[in-house]
Design a protein. Sequence first.
Length: 275
Amino acid sequence: MPTDGPLTGKVAFITGAARGQGRAEAIRLAADGADIIAVDLCHQIASVPYPLATPDDLAETVKLVEDTGARIVAGQADVRDEAALASALQAGVDELGRLDIVVANAGIAPMQSGADGWRDVVDVNLTGVHHTVEVAIPTMVEQGDGGSIVLISSAAGLIGVGGGDRGSLGYTAAKHGVVGLMRAYANFLAPHSIRVNSIHPTGVDTPMINNEFTRQWLKHVAEELNAPTDFGNALPVQVVQVEDIANAVAWLVSDQARYVTGVILPVDAGIVNKR
């Protein structure tokens, strides 16, 4: 582990860590000196039409984090199951000794999945975020050393995007709901010097976006709403990279942002401003 990184001596809890943004966040925070508690479902949800992460994906995250020299405790847990999530977190705290950083990253995008999609996306993308913060609060408050919590929302948490299908509506509603959670937790946890912020990406080059189903959904929405067939970013990029989100997380959880709390941070190539 780096001996002089900005996060040396800290432990970060990351959900949805098996691949995509979660893996990039784990690697970046580990490179900055943090040890990692990595959690992922590693199981398919029926309403999600693209493949979700696997145990092999989580094992690859473990290897890549260990390659930085950091320690990592990884486990499978469903963010919809608060008790299972608490158990996975406690296993990490028992081994690594503390908890300083939380990144509520786990999310799904069951667009065009009807009522099942609505239920599952709200359960994962909103209730799952709530569970992630709730299981972390007791340890962070008891330590008395403050900390930083980052909730991964979306540009869809700030603007009214998507079609009229219930799965799509649920995605946008859940991502908007994350903003309310962030603002409420930022006030509630401020007396404990625990900062809470949210990040709002545009489309990111991950398996959640880079699959045939999502490409077809974007085409459908464009036809339905006479909108761009891509994400409609202001800057001349179609999607951003996982490292762009990880860099924003790394800044928010560092002492460079020690007085930043209650903030929505778009990493969105200008899509929110353009809309």
